[in-house]
Every structure is written in C-alpha cells, then in structure tokens.
Design a binder for this molecule. Structure first.
Ligand SMILES: [Zn+2]
Length: 171
C-alpha cells in the first residue's frame, strides 16, 4: 500500500469509526443515524444535491420574482431527474433548472426568454393552447421528474422515456 492509498484508507476508517460513535452515542433520534449514513455513502448523497449553478439560478429566480412582481416566495424542491435537472414550481407550473443553471418550462412549448417565462410561469402557461401535434410541451402544467405530466390525454402518456425527456427538457 503506497502512502496516498494509506492515508485515504486511514481517513475512511476514521470517518466510519466517527460515524459509528455518533450513531452509538445518540440512539434517541433519527438524525444521528442519518448522519452516519451520509458519511458511509457520500457519493450517493452528492448525486441528489443541486450544484452551484443551480443554487445560484434558484436564488436569481426568487430575486427576479420579488423584483418584477413583488412576490416573496421560497421555490419548492420537487426532486431531480436522472439527468440532473432540478425541479421546482412557480404558480403550479413546473420550472426546471439544468446543470448549467438554464431555466426551462417542460409543459410550455415555446418561450423566447427562459427567465421571463419562469418569473411569469402562470401567465405563460395560460397563454398556451393544447395541441397533440406538437413534440414539445404538455397538456398539464405540472411535470414529474420522469417527464410525465398529469393529463391522461397528453401525448407524453404514449411516449418512451427518451422522447418524454426531449419533450420536457428541450422545449
Ligand atoms: Zn404530458
């Protein structure tokens, strides 16, 4: 075992021991056990956390909604798709933030200015007329992390995953 490997191994052992001690030291509640799970599986945890661009884009959107509309809101966390898109909602319309911080409205077919569309999501959604011939957009404004919307009549219900992903993320 070379020096670097040895240090890595020692650090991992130390963290595992620390996690076990914390878990044993406080058996009264879930947080200690949860903390130990985080230390044991740091890579799995990181996959589900927004990156810096997404954190920043989320803040910018909240600030713009405050500035342009005078509304103070905390954007909710609606999960993350397997491609790393962060899902949130503005006025019951799904807004997604890509890994580079780009905004998109999966349910809306076209919008020239993504930030504007996200700030006025309710209005932008209402302006859309449902059309089965379109390959982007949805019949329901809320889209889940597996790229389905809530409408049973929407074309997304008959599409495979890849097609639904394109429908939502590349609109
Ligand atoms: Zn749909």
């Amino acid at each position: 075992m070379d020096r670097t490997a040895h240090y890595t191994y020692s650090a991992a052992r130390y963290l595992n021991r620390l996690a076990v001690e914390i878990a044993l030291g406080d058996m009264s509640g879930q947080p200690a056990l949860y903390f130990s799970a985080r230390l044991a599986y740091p890579a799995a945890e990181e996959v589900e956390v927004m990156n810096n661009s997404q954190e920043r884009a989320k803040q910018v959107l909240q600030e713009e909604i405050k500035k342009r509309r005078g509304l103070t809101i905390q954007l909710p966390d609606r999960g993350e798709s397997e491609e790393g898109y962060f899902f949130t909602e503005v006025e019951r319309v799904t807004v997604i933030i890509g890994v580079r911080g780009r905004y998109a409205l999966p349910a809306v077919r076209t919008y020239p200015k993504p930030l504007y569309a996200a700030v006025y999501a309710g209005k932008v959604w209402k302006a859309q007329i449902p059309d089965s011939n379109c390959v982007t957009g949805h019949f329901d404004p809320l889209v889940t992390t597996d790229w389905y919307c809530g409408s049973p009549d929407c074309p997304c219900k008959r599409e495979p995953y890849e097609q639904r992903f394109k429908r939502g993320a590349q609109g």
